[in-house]
Write a protein that binds this ligand. Sequence first.
Ligand SMILES: Cc1ncc(COP(=O)(O)O)c(C=O)c1O
Length: 391
Amino acid sequence: MLSQRVAQLKPSATLTITAKAKELRAKGIDVIGFGAGEPDFDTPEFVKEACIKALKEGMTKYAPSAGIPQLREALAQKLYEENSVEYKPSEIVVSTGAKMILFLIFMTILNEGDEVLLPSPYWVTYPEQIKLLGGVPIEVPTSEDGGFIPTADAVKERITERTKAIVLNSPNNPTGAVYPKEELEKIAELCLQKGIFIITDECYEAFVYEEEFVSVASLSEEIKRITFTVNAFSKTFSMTGWRVGYVACPEEYAKVIASLNSQTVSNVTTFAQFGALEALKNPEAKNYVARMKEEFTKRRERAYELLKSIPYVSVFKPKGSFYIFPNFSYYSQKLGDDIKLAQMLLEEAKVACVPGSPFGAQGYLRLSYATSMENIEKGIERIRNALSELS
Ligand SMILES: Cc1ncc(COP(=O)(O)O)c(C=O)c1O
């Protein structure tokens, strides 16, 4: 018998579609994948070299549960220089990717029935983790016309006695929204007044094309005290498989998160942490990230222009991340829903897109432009052709 906790658990929709596309490709079918939640660039060579060196030098044993001290120090420096937030290394904990970090944060702060505000559309994993840990996700709707930005008024309306935290994710997966500083300030002030934690997932901070990226904890010292800043090496340095993420937060919580680490994963693979350290220290790293961003900037323009020209599709131009989230409601309604639409596109057009409903947005599809320009052009053309037969 399964536990009640896992009985309702849904597998990750993004990983499911990526797996299906791979399966078709393995059969020799030419599938264009827009499902990937990872950059299509290789991890920088200097990162790999540093990891190999560490491995050869015997960094193959258990490491401290909160992360190797050099990495925590380098992260404190990074947060100070790039995000304008002063954290001590003792306020930083490294774990196996941002995903695990989020799970440990929810475990640290949630009691049964505690509510967590979730601006929607949201990344698929948040509600599942919250529910697994006894919490209740409460959606805060945003709108395409409003640039998918949560407003302080909408947040306020959903605060109850049980509200424990809000999850902010800017740049956003799936919408590509980047929250303006003024709105972040209003939301954060509200959280301060009401005693609500802020969990800010800043995994896509390196990919902002318009707007200014603002780290929530940099807004004020008081706000920093209620904030968990979550980030990872996964997207910025194309290190998704390395599983290195981190949180910066007040020391009392950092200690608990480190203890949870010690009783679950023990530590992030020791030599992988040396690779991550190199990503922060090597002077070439900034150029590497800049090249990736330059490429995404061009692809974003092209994907936006092509999708916008499909009849009955509306498209919000993403300001950050590497996703675009068009509204295909006209077509999804004809087929029943967006899951059926994504299935039809995969089976007939041989294009893999992730349906919007697992992100809380029925009728949308998420396309990742972390794929070549050629694939973007060919893939969107296939979508256009398949849809023209429906309209
Ligand atoms: C918003 C967001 N947060 C966290 C993660 C997970 O990152 P990691 O691979 O470091 O666990 C992802 C990955 O897709 C994401 O999109």
